[in-house]
Each structure stands twice: as C-alpha cells, then as structure tokens.
Design a protein. Structure first.
Length: 260
C-alpha cells in the first residue's frame, strides 16, 4: 500500500509540477508526513524527512517539466540565470533554518501564506505588459527569498516565483515555464543540504541519507516524470486566466491542509 501511495504521489506531483510550475512539493510534503506517521517514524524527524525527500524527488520532476516547457520555447533563460544565483544561496539558508525549527510551525506559517497568495492569484495581478525587468540586484534578492522559503518547506518555488514572475510582466505560460526551471536549483541545493545536515541523526530510519528517504523517492520519481510532461503540455493549451485560477484553488486546498 505504501508503494502504491508513493506511485500515486509521483503521478500527482508530476502533473502539478508541469501544469503549475510548483515542483509538486505542495502535494508531496503533506502526504509524506502522513505516510511517515503511518510507518511509525520518529515525530522529531518525519517532517524534515518529508521536506528532504520532496526536494530530492523534485530534481527528476523539474528536469522532465523543463524539457516539456522548453519544447514550447517558454523558459526565459536569461532571467533564470540571474534569479538562480540568489536561489542557490537562499536554498541552503532555507534548509539550514528548517533543520533548526519545528516542522509543524513552518507548515502552519506556510499554510497561511499559501492562502494569502491564492487570494491574490484568484483576483489577479496588475501586469505591466512590456515593462522592463527589475535590475539584477533585485532579481538576486528575489531569488534568495524564493529559494529560502521554498527549500524550507520542500516545494519547487512556484508558490512564490509564479506570482513574482507574473508581477514583473511575464505571461502565465512563461511564468510557469520559468518557474519550473527555477525549481531545479532549489531542489538540488535543498536536497543536498538536507542530506548533509541530517547525517548522524540517530532517530532516522534505515534507507535514508540524511533527511532523504530513498524508498519514497524512488516511488515518486517513477511516475512523476511522465505526468510532468503531460502537465506542461496542458499548461500551454489552457487559457491563462483559467490556469491562474486553477493555481489559486490548488494553493487554497494545500494552505488549509497545512494550517489545520
């Protein structure tokens, strides 16, 4: 049953990663917390395991999603190259902070934040069509914030990067595609940090490297790759307004789940 759960998680994560550019962590982390509780893992480490495993799985999911978005020529690579500098710094800081804070507290804070972002997404942004991107320092700072919070909660960054990219003038499809690319450095740095920072913890179960639990990782990535490509294709065939509202609904559902 647990293997089936991980396979279903991978399918759901892959679809949302491609469709919304969120990396799937919004679904994976709460579900892994629940499954780890069923397996009887120590409460002190199961939230961090969920975060670390989610980030590791997102490496594979992000690569598949990026490939599909790139086929539509929607990823803004020049913008990505600047933002990712800050993302790498923020992702390490976020993982370090998460290891030293209560996972439950972080989930509650993020749930409240996700609900607020979803409301803004639902009612829309005032997009500056054809406007200039912010300067490099501001883009790097934005990357630090996106990478830090995303790594802290084990998500791919779309919760923050999609609204930010929309705000600076990208269409929804380009924002989702570029957000999917931003999820890769978050996943790589975040998962590596969780592996290193979790080493030596005596409460961790077998088959872990730091806070990454490999059986869950394998089950998730087996199905996520295929569904990520499907989600990315759907993102380029749905009306921008409808896609934005679907993204808002997803954030509400996850936000409420994390707060309760």
């Amino acid at each position: 049953m647990l293997i089936l759960l991980y396979l279903l998680l991978g399918a759901s994560a892959g679809l949302t990663a491609g469709l919304f550019g969120v990396g799937g962590g919004l679904i994976i982390v709460p579900a892994l917390i629940y499954s780890f509780k069923l397996q009887g893992f120590a409460p002190e480490v199961l939230t961090h395991m969920a975060v670390g495993t989610s980030l590791a799985a997102m490496i594979v999911t992000s690569l598949s999603s990026i490939k599909a978005h790139q086929e539509e020529h929607a990823v803004q690579w020049k913008l990505f190259s600047i933002v990712s500098v800050g993302i790498l710094m923020g992702a390490f800081l976020g993982a370090y902070t998460a290891v030293n804070l209560s996972g439950h507290f972080l989930q509650t804070l993020f749930g409240i934040f996700a609900i607020g972002v979803s409301a803004k997404m639902w009612f829309g942004f005032k997009v500056r069509e054809g406007g200039r991107f912010p300067g490099k320092p501001l883009l790097v700072i934005a990357g630090v914030v996106i990478g830090g919070i995303s790594s802290m909660f084990g998500i791919g960054g779309g919760t923050l990067s999609v609204p930010f990219l929309r705000r600076i003038g990208l269409t929804m499809q380009k924002a989702v595609a570029t957000s999917a690319a931003c999820g890769l450095p978050i996943a790589v740095m975040g998962s590596a940090s969780n592996m290193i920072l979790g080493m030596g913890n005596q409460q961790l179960p077998d088959m872990t490297t730091g806070y990454v639990y490999w059986p869950a990782f394998i089950g998730i990535v087996v199905t996520s790759v295929f569904l990520a490509r499907l989600g990315a294709r759907l993102a380029h065939n749905l009306p921008a307004e409808k896609l934005q509202k679907l993204f808002a609904i997803l954030l509400v559902v996850v936000g409420v789940q994390l707060v309760i």
